[in-house]
Design a binder for this molecule. Sequence first.
Ligand SMILES: [Fe+2]
Length: 131
Amino acid sequence: MKQFGGLFQSADWKMEKHVPVIECADKVKASEFFPVKVTLGKEIAHPNTTEYHIRWISVYFHPDGEKFTYQIGHFEFAAHGESVEGPDKSSIYTQHEVSLSMKTGKPGVIYASALCNIHGLWQSSKEIKMS
Ligand SMILES: [Fe+2]
């Protein structure tokens, strides 16, 4: 059976504009909320047009030693310049970046995934330790 996970591409975000960039503290305090920002195209901008854009970013957390992964948030980007006058005529765009707060009682790994409407699924991860 083909595995869905095999469709997710990854790379160095400094060299590849599709890779989600996860920004948060390397060490957090147990059970205290901390901010997490996920963006795309931080080094090399990704286009944001009606024809070519990022559709969504999803964020997950996998606590160390546990079997299952938790979804932290899913964010759809719904405005890409479309208008009754045609593509890229509205001047309204949602930028592909999200900010959230989360807490955990355990260290683990934050995973982010994103979908480009042309270039498919992308992923990245960041390890979170307890201070
Ligand atoms: Fe793309």
